[in-house]
Ligand binder design. Structure first.
Ligand SMILES: Cc1ncc(COP(=O)(O)O)c(C=O)c1O
Ligand SMILES: [Zn+2]
Length: 396
């Protein structure tokens, strides 16, 4: 297969690296400021991918965009369901909200029932291409469940660092897929640091968010799908739930790549939605900072309970460049959205995903989104992932 990648580039100092010259982050700028962008040779991509070719493409997964994904050996792609998720317009909800041009991108049908499968499907290919004999990740739960499934499919040993407080369904997934689970007696941020220490010691490929440059490439694929599903007429606004900030960075990368390719004519505004009790990026945005002050966090939305977002530089850059914003919603607003969405649409999501919908409701109340706006809300995980959050809460 033809290589469509040009190079990797540090987000801060802009230094360029050949693919085989670097694994994770820029040595000069470090693991937080030195995250890398994957830059494509768009001339090559254009030869292999066009809007016309996509029209007749029968691949019902995000691999339909293979030339725009960082894969050299497609034999390593695992046969698990990822991407090409539905873009719903639930009539009753649209009517109630008086938003005829509102869409929900529902990623709960991926193989492990969260958005993270988009990234893990790519990470496993990179681990195999690079010849690692194991893969590791720290996660609040979904990324862990996701990479465990892809590792089980590939037969690669998988080592997972998660907080002890992980929801039961996510823990069950880890056990089912046969991962080596290290339960950390602390928050996600501690699990992340532990994995950073252990992965290089043991020669495991590190799937930790942000520091692995290929994850955002997987995470960008919903943006490609949204544009194609809307006949290359992008929405005005996309709402994304944010923890570490890798999804929102990836989504922005997806829109930008399509713009570079000439597939779309304008770029959407991105709205990053955080839970009030875990909102360091909202604060950084409001204070005009380009980095984050770490905070102690607590929210019902465990997947986005992150005190020190690892993809902070790219996430803030994405929202600024898109002319969007960061907003926070209270746990009560998240709970209310958690109940309102399934009852009026048939789509049951976990609290982190409901956070994006809560952000929409808030911005509607504040009249920052108008009736006629074309808006997409990303729904990033199934409600079955955390049923106690639902059963123990009251939406009224
Ligand atoms: C369901 C869900 N939504 C949103 C997010 C936030 O993604 P990110 O940490 O890349 O901002 C996560 C991350 O774990 C998640 O699991
Ligand atoms: Zn650098």
């Amino acid at each position: 297969m033809q290589n469509t990648i040009s190079h990797l580039q540090c987000v801060t100092c802009k230094r360029q690296f050949a693919e085989d010259e670097i694994e994770y982050t820029c040595p000069d700028c470090g693991p937080v400021r030195g995250t890398l962008d994957v830059v494509y040779d768009f001339k090559q991509v254009k030869r292999l991918l066009s809007r016309e070719k996509l029209k007749s493409c029968t691949e019902a997964s995000h691999w339909r965009y293979l030339p725009l994904l960082p894969v050299h050996n497609p034999d390593f792609i695992q046969p698990l369901r990822v991407g090409w998720s539905p873009l719903y317009q639930p009539h009753r909800l649209l009517q109630e909200l008086q938003m005829p041009r509102l869409y929900f991108k529902d990623d709960s049908g991926n193989v492990t029932h969260s958005y993270k499968d988009r990234a893990s499907s790519v990470a496993i290919v990179k681990a195999l291409e690079k010849g690692y004999s194991g893969i590791a990740a720290a996660s609040s739960g979904n990324a862990a469940a996701s990479i465990s499934a892809f590792a089980a499919s590939a037969g690669l040993p998988c080592h997972i660092f998660v907080p002890k407080a992980i929801p039961q369904a996510k823990l069950a997934q880890l056990r089912a897929y046969g991962a080596d689970v290290i339960l950390v007696d602390g928050p996600y941020d501690e699990a992340f640091d532990l994995c950073m220490l252990e992965a290089p010691k043991n020669n495991w490929y590190n799937r930790n968010t942000a520091i692995n440059p290929y994850l955002a490439e997987g995470k960008k694929s919903s943006a490609l799908e949204i544009c194609e599903q809307l006949n290359w007429n992008p929405p005005k606004t996309v709402l994304v739930p944010v923890g570490d900030g890798c999804i929102i960075s990836g989504v922005w990368k997806g829109f930008k790549d399509l713009y570079e390719l000439g597939f779309i004519d304008f770029l959407p505004h991105l709205v990053g939605v955080q839970a009030e009790g875990s909102s360091p990026l909202v604060k950084a945005f409001q204070q005009g900072r380009d980095d984050v002050i770490p905070e102690q966090v607590s929210t019902i939305a465990d997947s986005i309970s992150v005190g020190f977002p690892r993809d902070q530089i790219k996430a803030l850059r994405a929202v600024h460049q898109s002319g969007g914003m960061f907003v926070s919603v209270s746990d009560q607003e998240i709970v209310s959205a958690l109940h309102k969405l399934p009852a009026n649409s048939g789509i049951f999501v976990e609290p982190a995903a409901a956070t994006a919908f809560a952000g929409l409701l808030k911005l509607r109340e504040q009249e920052k989104i108008s009736d006629d706006d074309r808006v997409v809300v990303l729904l990033t995980g199934s409600g079955l992932k955390d049923i106690s959050a639902f059963l123990e809460s009251n939406g009224h």
